[in-house]
Design a protein around this ligand. Structure first.
Ligand code: FES
Ligand SMILES: [Fe+2]
Length: 414
């Protein structure tokens, strides 16, 4: 449980909030490059950390992200003309470049010195790991791009998915570090193999080890021959996780706050040594894997609270635990129907929730210390993000020793 005050501190991300400040210390992925496919293409609206923004790709191919409302009299720059290296407001023609500088003010006399005094709020952007990232923090504190494993492979070796969840980022993230729900929410009655190992022991013993990038938690299940089935999941600040899959492919998630009650989810499937097969790309597109089925041309899932996530009670009897077909739709059904901001004062967290407790403590502690003027370590050390998961059957009962024994596969990638 959290106090009401701590729950607010954890979940609120707008300007002037402590958690909003924490997120504003990191580069945040926000757009798929396909949303801005070419120079001078139509701008797109977006909302991040409670701020309404417009993104555009200018004539040179550079991506700009600016406040949606024009600094002249507030018209929406979404309607702007994206032309000749800038976005021009259609109300009175003021034009801004990707840095936010006003480069043309055609309704003022040429001798006016008003233009240099006007700027639109603009954020830095980067194209990295197959996504467009935005940095919304203080200009002098620009962080390094995180050298996440999946950002370092070529585009051919990576498939990304994106969708919007109608829920606060923290409850989504808490699902992504919640090993024990996999044995239930995602149980498929036809599952064998390592998923089978997971299903045999639905009460893993959890251990958390804090690291400079966030933490690692180990879920230890009883395995064959008196050994342990260990799954090690890294949580990387501010909201990246990887899934310790029993076998190829490698997958991960990231939950980025749109505002207090919505988030962008990215899922990634990647491989270190082979291109992603077309079958996986097709499955993504069809919403059969990696992401929910989406309304065409949008990032809005088809399965929503309004249709009870298309639950089928017969499937729930015969085929899987939930009666909901798609794994990500199963996740959305749960995290969204908790309410847009989960009331954590009413929970009963148990020993299976250790990683979630650790996550809340870490974020609250870092947000408070940032508020007290102590800057974070992780944003300025992009290399520490280069970690992998571990999924192994091993006799070792202790997380620390296990991490040490397997670190060549797992942590020492720097
Ligand atoms: S409101 Fe944008 S130019 Fe006037
Ligand atoms: Fe899940």
């Amino acid at each position: 449980v959290l106090s009401q005050a701590d729950n607010e501190l954890l979940c609120r991300v707008g300007p002037e909030t402590p958690m909003g400040a924490l997120f504003r210390r990191f580069w945040l992925p926000a757009l798929m490059p396909s949303e801005l496919p070419e120079a001078d293409c139509p701008p797109v609206r977006m909302r991040l950390l409670g701020e309404d923004l417009v993104a555009f790709r200018d004539t040179t191919g550079a991506v700009g992200v600016v406040a949606e409302n024009c600094p002249h009299r507030g018209a929406s720059l979404f309607f702007g003309r994206n032309e000749e290296v800038g976005l021009r407001c259609v109300y009175h023609g003021w034009k801004f470049d990707t840095s936010g500088t006003c480069v043309d003010m055609p309704n003022e006399p040429p001798e006016s010195n008003f233009k240099p005094k006007v700027r639109v709020t603009a954020y830095r952007t980067a194209e990295w790991g197959g996504l467009i990232w935005v940095y919304m923090g203080p200009g002098e504190l620009e962080p390094e791009l995180p050298r996440l494993d999946w950002c370092l492979v070529s585009d051919t070796h990576r498939q990304l998915g994106k969708w919007i969840s109608h829920s606060n980022f923290a409850q989504g993230l808490e699902g992504n570090i919640d090993s024990s729900h996999v044995s239930f929410l995602h149980r498929d009655f036809g599952d064998g193999g390592a998923r089978g190992l997971m299903n045999q022991d639905g009460a893993p013993q959890l251990t958390v080890k804090e690291t400079d990038f966030g933490f690692v938690y180990g879920a230890r299940r009883n395995g064959p021959d008196g050994q342990f089935y260990w799954r090690l999941t890294p949580f990387m600040l501010p909201s990246f996780t990887l899934v310790p899959n029993p076998s190829w492919p490698r997958t991960g998630h990231c939950v980025i706050p749109v505002d207090d009650e919505h988030s962008i989810w990215f899922s990634v499937t990647y491989s270190l040594d082979e291109p992603i097969p077309q079958s996986i790309r097709d499955d993504y597109a069809a919403g059969l894997r990696g992401q929910p089925r989406l309304k065409p041309g949008t990032f809005e899932p088809i399965a929503t609270a309004a249709n009870d996530y298309l639950i089928d009670r017969q499937i729930q009897k015969d085929k899987n635990f939930t009666g909901i077909i798609n794994v990500r739709e199963q996740d959305m059904a749960i995290v969204e129907t908790m309410g847009p901001i989960l009331n954590r004062t009413i929970e009963h967290v148990g020993t299976a929730d250790l990683a979630i407790i650790a996550y809340r403590r870490l974020l609250l502690r870092l947000a408070r210390s940032l508020q007290d003027g102590r800057e974070l370590y992780a944003p300025y050390h992009g290399d520490i993000f280069r970690v992998r998961t571990l999924d192994v059957v091993d006799a070792e009962p202790q997380l620390g020793t296990l991490m040490e024994a397997h670190k060549d596969k797992f942590l020492s990638l720097v």
